[in-house]
Design a protein around this ligand. Structure first.
Ligand code: CTP
Ligand code: MG
Length: 228
């Protein structure tokens, strides 16, 4: 089947807010974050097209990406990332065995080799998978509702991975997974979480630190260096 990328880009970027609007349009090394992200995907020849999900009424993505081959901007953004992706998937008109690769607009530093490794690993796999990084730091759980948080427990970092995107699954499996979590009233924060709700076990493919999700204002400083 074909390989379609979906880029959720309908967030408001509250944690990165600097008063200039959603983070995905802020320039990094002179080019809007979203444009870096879309270019990283288009550099992979096995990706047939890129669908960018933006908030209804948002004209910025369409302006930035006007005339770019293999790219379509859809005004199908929803209240959560999950809604934005589910709406784009429904609008994409895919066959069940087509592949979908979901990648955050907020991860403009995706290296070509990590993207290629994910696709290589998923294409022959019955489930699909995601980029992720083994947890390097010792992990603490804090107590609930404390003004000054204190450690309640130390978790073993063994076998723990931090999920990144892209996350790649067959369109049929992903639609079924989304229907399942919707019926349960859940809103998973990534595609793998929905697929896991079906009892399937996504592949973990080693990602890259450069693929960090630009979330806080200081993340722009690091990303300027990587992309500059
Ligand atoms: N996203 C989306 N639709 C939403 C919320 C988020 O398409 N309703 C997208 C964002 O644009 C981003 C990706 O999902 O590319 C990951 O989300 P995140 O980094 O949390 O971005 P924001 O939600 O914009 O940031 P914040 O949570 O700080 O407000
Ligand atoms: Mg968010």
């Amino acid at each position: 089947g074909r390989l379609t990328a979906i880029v959720p880009a309908a967030g408001v970027g509250a944690r990165a807010a600097d008063g200039t609007g959603p983070k995905q349009y802020r320039p990094i090394a002179g080019t809007a974050m979203l444009v870096h992200t879309v270019r990283a995907l288009l550099a992979e020849p096995r990706i047939d097209r890129v669908l960018v999900a933006v908030a209804p009424g948002d004209a910025q993505a369409a302006n930035l990406l006007a005339g770019v081959a293999r790219v379509q901007v859809l005004a199908c953004g929803g209240a959560t990332r999950y809604d934005s992706v589910a709406n784009a998937l429904a609008a994409a008109g895919l066959a069940g065995d087509d592949w979908v690769l979901v990648h955050d607009a907020a991860r403009p530093g995706l290296p070509a080799d990590a993207l290629a490794a994910l696709i290589d690993a998923c294409l022959p796999d019955p489930v699909g998978g995601l980029l992720a990084l083994p947890v390097a730091d010792t992990v603490k759980r804090a107590g609930e509702g404390e003004a000054a948080p204190r450690v309640e427990a130390t978790l073993s970092r063994e076998h723990l991975w931090q999920a990144q995107t892209p996350q790649m699954f067959r369109a049929g499996l992903l639609s079924e997974a989304f229907a399942r979590v919707r019926a349960r009233g859940e809103a998973p924060t990534d595609e793998a979480g929905a697929v896991e709700a079906l009892g399937a076990r996504p592949l973990l493919v080693r990602g890259s630190f450069a693929n960090l999700k630009v979330t806080w204002p200081q993340d722009f400083i690091w990303m300027e260096k990587w992309l500059g």
